[in-house]
Design a protein around this ligand. Sequence first.
Ligand code: TYM
Length: 343
Amino acid sequence: MSTPRVLSGIQPTADSFHLGNYLGALRQWVALQDDHEAFYCVVDLHAITVEQAPELLRRRTKLATAQLLAMGVDPERSALFVQSHVREHSELAWILSCITGFGEAGRMTQFKDKSTKQGSAATSVGLFTYPILQAADILLYTPSPGEHAPPFQVPVGEDQRQHLELTRTLAQRFNHRYGDTFVVPEAYILKNTAKITDLQEPTAKMSKSASSPAGIVDVMEAPGPLRKKFMRAVTDTGTEIKADLEGKPGITNLLAIMAALDHSNVPELEQRYAGQGYGQLKKDLAELVMDTFTPIRERTEALLADDRQLEAILAQGAGKARGVAAQTMEVVRDRVGFLGRAG
Ligand code: TYM
């Protein structure tokens, strides 16, 4: 069996990644490169499903790349690339859109939420077909299918589960219609960090588009504001430090974050903080998050100072990715019945 593969992507639509991105997905990206062939992309084609200022998009694409490198994505071991640099993503997305039902796409909850919020006049067709492009991102990097196919995983947070289900359905449908082409990918979602919630609204997902600034903790955040956000995090009126998703969603979220960062677990933390107030937990957690994010922020800033190096890393990543994507597309075009081009 060949080496297992992973693929994942992240949008360059903010001036920083946040704690939810980090714990829900990016930390797993870094860990998985040790024993997987990894493909990680900054998804700029997805970003333009809502309007982006061109210069800002360019800057944020570089910033996203620098943050990923600073977190430990290693360009020697993984293919780190920008989605629009590999044209095959758009091509496969078109083909997959032709085997996706209109109703099926309309059932995607992220689309329903976003389009309801924006109103139909402001909602692009690109936003509607967004999950199909995501399926293409993934399936382009399929290992060879068959009896000895290695695992093929996609590290993401809980909010991407439905898109992964659609990807699996499309892979199976394509295989059924045209012959075995894709390994059906699996979502790689870690239960304890699958949904990090908003510090001000602890039942809602921490989200760059929906959270208030006080509810979201950025990787690039300066220490002062970061500490303040944790100290002001919404908790219930009780005093006991105990996880209880229904009754104490705020404390439960803080405990989950702490357990993930100091590699302990929630029962252990409940014991450690028995008899202490919420203030102590918040203070310790702010320190822990700062210890994690400060070196990442500093490395990101250093990487951003060297444009040439970033461009070279992305060119190398695109080269590696294109090699695999081109091979997959050759098979796909043939299976679908497109006439081969001579010469
Ligand atoms: P994006 O850019 O919104 O988020 C990047 C990753 O962060 C995870 N995440 C969270 N995890 C836990 N708690 C949270 N509060 C939280 N917020 C975000 C997301 O689940 C995601 O893993 N559609 C994708 C990008 C994408 C993609 C792909 C992912 C495009 N192509 C192919 C995987 C494979 C997205 O918008 O992620």
